[in-house]
Ligand binder design. Structure first.
Ligand code: AHM
Ligand code: MG
Length: 338
């Protein structure tokens, strides 16, 4: 059998399909279902990419007037992306249940022979669509716990992040990229729209061990927890830069390349944090750990949090190891009695 590290030797420009197939051969007893699922995700993302690129032209962006489960205004493209991904994944047959930011309840795909569970935010950062700013899709994949052939249940979809078998995102930006991990490093593929293919552009991505960027909504700073304000204050004194797009995928992607920390703490407006554990925090935590970084809610490793609710929120500090460790340290100090 080929060594898993051989995947690193695949040349830049290898297509995503070939890359997935080559890596499948590295897993003993792999039956190809996960590979097929990753290909289904890539296919749906190409369709969504096309819709996003056309949004400004055919005036389909803007609020559709309905609210999603979190009470936020739902944009038309959120709905489009949700339909595209749900349909592609359901038709693919590998997934028995989906959780999506756009649905209150777990979706039973009817594929009870499917081995996998998928959690997704089909279009994150949707408030940025109307202004032509980068948005993203985030996905997370688990093996089901219930026996194959039976209907999926809540325990299947409420697994902690450390049980993910794959996770990734698609960034619809100045170019579109798919970045994913199956637990053997992080690989980035850039979309070539005229050929309709993703090509390997970033092999074995690593986040710099530290950095000088912090990303948070500074308008909420006065309501951030004290340990977090302390970290930001220290970084400011060291000459750090503040960079915040307000699109999680785009902010994460920049920090992955440049080194930095993304923070969405608990605030007065969002007392439990804003981002959702199952389809925002967990997949990005898996990716960042695979890239050499860390993700915490201040006191717990994100991937160790036992979920209790499909749409639960949690504070998130994710990025370069040394910077995330500063947050953990400040929380530890805050807990030591004076
Ligand atoms: P969404 O899933 O409804 O798009 O919300 C998530 C987005 C993230 O992309 C981004 O990091 C965050 O919300 C920005 O929130 P805020 O406007 O409070 O800074
Ligand atoms: Mg989101």
């Amino acid at each position: 059998m080929t060594n898993i590290k051989d995947s690193l030797l695949l040349p830049m420009g290898t297509t995503l399909d070939r890359f997935i197939m080559r890596n499948q051969a590295h897993f003993p007893f792999a039956t190809g279902e996960l590979s097929q699922l990753l290909r289904d995700i890539a296919l749906a993302s190409k369709i969504v990419n096309r819709e996003i690129n056309r949004a400004g032209l055919i005036n389909i962006s803007g609020s559709v007037g309905s609210m999603n489960v979190q009470g936020e205004d739902q944009q038309k493209l959120d709905v489009v992306a949700d339909v595209r991904f749900t349909r592609a994944i359901t038709n693919g047959g590998e997934v028995c249940a989906i959780i999506s930011e756009e649905h209150d309840d777990m979706i039973d795909t009817g594929n009870h022979k499917g081995k996998y569970i998928m959690a997704m935010d089909p279009l994150d950062g949707s408030s940025n669509i109307d202004v032509n700013v980068a948005v993203g899709t985030i996905f997370s994949i688990y093996r089901r716990l219930s026996p194959i052939g039976t209907p999926p249940d809540l325990a299947d979809v409420l697994q902690k992040g450390s049980r993910q078998v794959a996770a990734g995102y698609i960034l619809y930006g100045s170019s579109t990229m798919l970045v994913y991990t199956t637990g053997h490093g992080v690989f980035g593929f850039t979309y070539e729209p005229s050929l309709g293919e993703y090509y390997l552009s970033h092999a074995n991505m690593r986040i710099p061990a530290t950095g000088s960027i912090y990303s948070c909504n500074e308008a909420n700073m006065h309501t951030f927890p004290e340990p977090v304000r302390q970290v930001i204050d220290n970084m400011r004194h060291e000459g750090a830069s503040s960079r915040y797009i307000g699109s999680f995928v785009a902010d994460f992607h920049r920090n992955l390349f440049k080194g930095g920390i993304f923070m969405y703490p608990e605030t007065a407006k969002s007392p439990k944090g804003k981002l959702r554990l199952m389809y925002e925090c967990n997949p990005m935590a898996f990716l960042i750990e695979q890239a050499g970084g860390l993700a915490t809610d201040g006191t717990r490793r994100i991937l160790d949090i036992e979920p209790t609710n499909l749409h639960q929120r949690c504070p998130l500090y994710v990025g370069s190891k040394e910077l995330v460790e500063r947050v953990v340290k400040q929380y530890e100090l805050a807990q030591v009695p004076a």
